[in-house]
Design a protein around this ligand. Sequence first.
Ligand code: HEM
Length: 409
Amino acid sequence: RRPAIGRRAVLGVGGLGIAGAGTAAAAAAALRTSETRPARARTVPFHGRHQAGILHRRQAHVRLAAFDFGARTDRGRAAALLLRWSTAAERLTRGEPVGDELAPPGSRTTDTGAARGVGPASLTLTFGLGASFFDRVAMASARPEALAPLPAFPDDQLDPTRSGGDLFVQIAADDPLATVHALRTLQRLAHGEAKVVWTMTGFTSAPEGTSPGGAHRNLMGHLDGTANPDPADPAQRARIVVSDPAAPAWLSGGSYLVARRIRMLLDHWDTLPQAHRDQAIGRRTADGAPLTGGTERTPADLAAARPDGVPVIAANAHIRLAAPATTGGATMLRRGWSYHDGLRPDGTPDAGMLFLAWQSDPRTGFIPVQHRLARGDALSRYTVHEASALFAAPAGAARGTYIGQALLE
Ligand code: HEM
């Protein structure tokens, strides 16, 4: 009998999501090694059944980037790019330099060593393919149905220049320089093949989270990530990563990522009385407990009502409308990062959440939940969805293979 894998081993410092294959012994070993090393020296293995950076705890810094292919791309060139990127990602996540021998002909930039000595700081690189990827490499028939464009939601104010993309990478680490360096390296290796079309930068409060379960405070002040599915539970993990036996090999163990840049109207939000802010979510800001009582980990009692019949958790509270009980069981793993990119021309903060949700199928994850929220969730009055993207993250790569190989070879 395999010993149970503790939640902390998975979400804490090392563990299942990292190696993916995840034996309890490996998870425990990863935890042990990680804990004895300074944060800067910690590593998260690139190889595994699932890509690193999905089931792993959130690191302190993230950089998201989407790339579009140039005019000359085809299946072989895309495969060569993903091979270069995978090779580089493996080296970077071990804290090793990526030499010029990996760069394509004509690339004139080089690694200046700007990040020497700073990493890897638990660096993870997680790659995704957009719907347009399959058109660009003339493989439209291989595009999964679940990768169809997301529907338009009421009140969306999406900026097309910061949405979508042929290729995507989430670069996360506990050191910001490690993330910039990794992005510069990927750009260098994409020379002549693909160009960055947008980037976004986010952060969390601290590497270990601000609650024992790994939830982080977002810029509205709430603990965020409490009611996430538990990757250590096989049934719940199957709602995060693709586990359908009929899925193509390249996707089996992969995941779908919905990325939304959600600006918060903080100057308005911050004027609200505390009770109103708690009601909008349905949880106490102070400790994350549901308004029906208990602690952060106590399940919310959506049926509870006051003596006058008014529900304790309001009819339009965020957690009521988003809960699986309300949305027909829709499930996703939310791993958001905060962002603050200065002030907008009107003087209000350009700040909010880089909302990232990983799921085995967006049609039974993000889409039904967002349909419910967009119809009158109390939080929506204080948020604006400004950019959107959907990517299929292929399965993790085994040693000696590259991300997406089963699709492109
Ligand atoms: C729960 C904040 C957007 C889906 C929560 C919680 C907070 C929160 C504080 C309660 C703690 C927790 O369980 O993590 C926010 C903020 C958002 C946002 C500030 C925008 C800036 C979204 C979006 C979706 C979503 C776009 C999906 C379409 C959920 C789900 C839950 C949740 C599924 C758990 C509900 C439950 O089962 O109790 N959110 N959220 N959230 N949120 Fe959001």
